[in-house]
Design a protein around this ligand. Sequence first.
Ligand code: W6P
Length: 395
Amino acid sequence: NFYDSTVEQYALQPLEVLSLRQMLEFGKDAIYDKAKVLKSARHAQRELPKRLARRLMDLQFLPHIFVKNPHIKRVYDAYLHAFDTLRSLPPACTPEDNARLTDILQRLVDEHAPMLDALASGLRESSSKPFVGPKLPNLDAFFDSMLRSRISRRVIAEQHIHLAQRRPGFIGVIATDFSLREAVDHAAQRTRQVCTETYGFSAEVVCTGNLRASIPYIPIHIDYMLFELLKNAMRAVVEAHRGRRGQPPPPVVVRICDAPSSVTLRISDQGGGIPEADIERVWSYGYTTADASLRSDSGGSGAQPASFGSTMTQMVAPSAGASGPWRMGGLGFGLPLSRLYARYFGGDLQLVSMPGYGVDAFLTLQHLEGDWHEPLAEHQSAPFEPEPHTLNAYP
Ligand code: W6P
């Protein structure tokens, strides 16, 4: 029908991708430059419908019985609504057009906040069905492109929304000089809080290494990754230590290592390591070692915080509007999603498990200062959707 062919046309258009460096370069004088803000507006208007259309096409290629799941259906409807809304808006040519666009983008960003949990719930419901579950294809490639695209859309929308706003230390939503030590401290504090709420005690988090290291980054991305890694580490330590009350549990040790082109954070726990049979599955969507009592599914909030502290805002948050207490166990999206965040701006996330001892998580993030003006290799490392996109990844 008419509608599907429109979506298909948009899905076929090539994407314009931006690296973090290009976003910083473009945005640095935007608060003085109305024309620049309008250019950014039209970029968002061009990119978002194409990216939504690709995901709508992907969803249509999934098994009917999966897409009919109420949670997945809700995601489909939300994406179609956003596609339709953005597509029918004329290109922003005046500050008034832009104000209207910015309002709409903010509304869509808020409306789509619960979609991460909806995807997780849809996967969990479907795969736990006795007939359907075993017949579902492997959906990891689908969720990778779904969530990578979601990251990209939220970055594009939020960067544009905040481009014209003056905020010290920020260009749009990017903190130009973000302290990793502060990020670790902030995530550690929240991790200890949820751990204490869940288990009644927690392990110390010790931060060592280059405590002055900083990078330009979107704070909420780092916060999500660190909170996720620290929760996993601390859960392992605390569960391994349960029988041995009296002595304090061994600390989770974070070492920050600053190198010329990247910063690596090594997060080491002595939680006994990942069971060897599970090593491959930790990167699989929906996999979780946490038992159901640790999950907060009933509130529909996943493992998302209700709100962030003063230095962390909800900008580009994986999910907002959450409610209920934080819990230690997620919905099985935390690790693969953290790796997508890391890779999105050219970094990476790796786990090394030492069976019987513990796990080292290595989170690498790229520096940009060193070659601020160097555009080389830009198009190999950044926020790209895989090309050609993964329409037929699930035969
Ligand atoms: C574990 C399992 C895990 C996943 C990610 C990070 C740290 C850890 N520790 O035992």
